[in-house]
Design a protein around this ligand. Structure first.
Ligand SMILES: [Zn+2]
Length: 83
């Protein structure tokens, strides 16, 4: 399996299905916070904490994305070990 295979939308959708994580639709990756519904998610986006995360992200997007990629890979490998 290529390093990027597990980043394709199809692979991600399959993993979400496999884990039953369909509620991730309202998940804020920046704050790592999940919201119950669209309204909750909108409220979260207006929140002070989220605005702060957006600012941090805006100042250094590359570093933040790199961090998420690493974290994603770690979590994914962890799931593989437990599969
Ligand atoms: Zn947020």
């Amino acid at each position: 399996m290529g390093k990027n295979d597990f980043l394709t939308p199809k692979a991600i959708a399959n993993r979400i299905k496999a884990k039953g994580l369909n509620k991730l639709r309202w998940y804020c990756q920046l704050c790592q916070k999940s919201c119950r519904d669209e309204n909750g998610f909108k409220c979260h986006q207006m929140s002070e904490g989220h605005q702060r995360q957006m600012q941090v992200f805006g100042e250094n997007p590359d570093r933040v994305v790199d961090g998420f990629s690493e974290e994603f890979e770690e979590t994914f490998m962890e799931h593989l070990r437990h599969a």
